[in-house]
Each structure stands twice: as C-alpha cells, then as structure tokens.
Write a protein that binds this ligand. Structure first.
Ligand code: ADP
Ligand code: MG
Length: 301
C-alpha cells in the first residue's frame, strides 16, 4: 500500500511509530504536513498539491489532525475522500467527535452511560445548574479545553456557582457534570481499532489532582477491563463512526461512564503502559479495509 500520513510534526512518538509499523509491514508511507496542502476545487476533479506536486496514487490516508486545526484539517481529509482514498477515520466522524455537545447527545441517544451533564449558554441561574445535577461537587469543563486544562472541580455549591459564573463572564462555552467521586482520580482509556479494544490503560492523577491526564502529571498502567467496559468502548466508537479512537471512561458505581471519544489518540502512553503494538494494529486494519472509494460518506455532510 501507499499511505499518506497527515501530520504537522513527523517527529512525534505516535507518528514515528505509525511510519515504523507501515514500513515494517512493507508499505510506503509519506508524511504530508496538513497545513501546507493546497486544496484544488473544480467540478468533478478533486485535486490536491503539496510542495509543488500533485498528491496522487495513495491507497489510504491516516489523519492526525490537531484540535486547533480541525477546520482546515478535515477539509484536506475530505478532499482525499473525494479522490477515493480510504481514510482511517472519516472526516465527518472526526468533526462529530470534536464537538463535545454533539458527541454527548449522540452517545446518550444510543444508551451509552455518561456522567449526568448540563450544557448551558446562560449562567444567570447557576444555582439551577448545580441543583439539576443533584448538588455539589460538580465538574466544570471548558468545551475548548484539552489535556485537562479547563477542567475544574466545584466542591461546594458556592464554589461551583462562582466558577460557573466566572466562565460565563468570560463568554466561554462550558459543560457542568456530576463528579464521579468513586473513580478515585483514575480513568480508563480503551484504544479501539476496528471494533476491537486492542489495548487499555488506567491513568491515575498526580497526588491531590482529580484529573488523570498524563499531560497533567498522571501515570498510566495496563488494566484488565470488564466485558461491559469493552462493549461500551466498542459501541461508543461505532456510534461516533470512528474506526480508530481512544474511548475514555470512569468507573462509576452505576457502571462505566464515557467522558470523551478521541479520534487522534496518542500512542506513546498506551503502548508504553501496555507493551501492545497499537501502531501495528492500525496498519493491519488498513491492510484489511483500504479499498478505493470505500468511504461511507465520500466527503458528504
Ligand atoms: P480533557 O479533554 O481536557 O482531557 P476530560 O473531560 O477528559 O478533559 O477531563 C480530564 C480528566 O478529569 C479526566 O481524565 C478525569 O480524570 C477527570 N474527570 C473529568 N470529568 C470527570 C467527572 N465527571 N468525574 C470525575 N473525574 C472527572
Ligand atoms: Mg481527557
């Protein structure tokens, strides 16, 4: 196969591992810096140029689109789809997963366990928001936040109310969520590749932090997940329409609850914690599935 890896920085661990896995399995793989692509739009003739050359001859494309460049990144991916190149994850699924409100609605609609959540634009009745969640403590999240930045714990009704109002004053989009205390500052990330959980890890927050993000000083270890956690992860991926993703969940006393579904999961933490070859599983998935014009949406929607 000839594979295109859409990535801005080829040197990141995840990208290096994907390149290594593809080459080890006998494929050709080129890194295309997403933000340097020129999308050429003309009736019935989707084309793309990179470094002065026409982009052509690819069997598959692996999108690694950073959250800050979703708009242009998904447009480049859509162009690949219109050219008939098989995408590891489709552009519509990636856009869907980047919208936290939309993702929560889609997952809830299909009965996936989620922490009880309120999305609000107006924060004038912050008391009501906290009450709708059964009172403090509550977790308040900035919708644009990643890597744990913008996630805070309102421990008392008063603290929660003033935090909600402070974010409101900054005109930030937020969600407010029940605090799953029993997860004890740990969460579980399942790496799903083509309807299978290929690796899972438990992340634990640094001492005194309820956030388990590795970027916030959390640590990771391999974990054995329950059948319910496994099926929740696989179903969540399917509902989002993602072939490959990281499904993050908390162990609540009413079963697994999904916090987010990440369409470009980092491979370093999970491969090092579990010793699993996730990059190899991703390339194997492409070997099995990449066919011309096989995209479900072909850039529609
Ligand atoms: P980000 O997108 O910034 O990673 P998350 O929603 O994943 O934001 O939250 C960051 C971390 O905070 C999670 O990994 C988890 O450890 C903790 N956390 C988030 N929501 C809750 C919650 N409702 N109850 C308990 N802990 C939570
Ligand atoms: Mg997270």
């Amino acid at each position: 196969m000839k594979i295109a890896l859409m990535a801005r920085n080829a040197n990141l661990y995840s990208h290096q591992r994907l390149i290594e896995a593809a080459e080890d399995r006998g494929h050709e793989i080129d890194v295309i810096d997403t933000m340097r692509v020129y999308i050429h739009i003309a009736s019935h003739r989707p084309e793309m140029y990179y470094r002065g050359e026409k982009v052509e001859g690819y069997d598959a494309v692996i999108p690694r689109i950073g959250a800050s460049v979703t708009f242009f990144g998904t447009a480049v991916l859509r162009q690949f789809e219109m050219m008939g190149v098989y995408p590891l994850n489709e552009s519509v699924a990636i856009s869907r997963s980047r919208d936290k409100l939309r993702s929560h609605q889609l997952l809830a609609r299909r009965g996936i366990g989620l922490p009880v959540t309120v999305f609000a634009h107006s924060t004038s009745r912050a008391d009501d928001i906290v009450e709708m969640l059964g009172g403090a403590p509550v977790v308040i999240k900035l919708l644009e936040g990643t890597q744990g930045i913008g996630v805070v714990l309102g421990e008392t009704p008063g603290a929660a109310k003033s935090m909600i109002q402070a974010f409101g004053g900054l005109k930030a989009n937020i969600l407010v969520q029940e605090f799953i205390k029993e997860s004890g500052g740990s969460d579980i990330r399942c790496l799903v590749v083509g309807e299978k959980v290929v690796a899972s890890m438990m992340r634990k927050g640094a001492e005194g932090d309820f956030r388990s993000n590795l970027h916030r000083g959390g640590s990771a270890a391999s974990v054995k997940i329950t059948p319910e956690e496994r099926s929740t992860a696989v179903r969540a991926a399917k509902i989002m329409g993602l072939n490959v993703c990281g499904v993050d969940m908390l162990r609540s006393n009413h079963g697994p609850v999904v916090m987010e579904v990440n369409s470009s999961p980092g491979l370093e933490g999970v491969e090092k914690a579990t010793g699993k070859d996730v990059a190899g599983a991703i390339i194997a998935f492409l070997e099995k599935n990449a066919k011309p014009n096989k995209t479900r949406t072909r850039g529609r929607g």
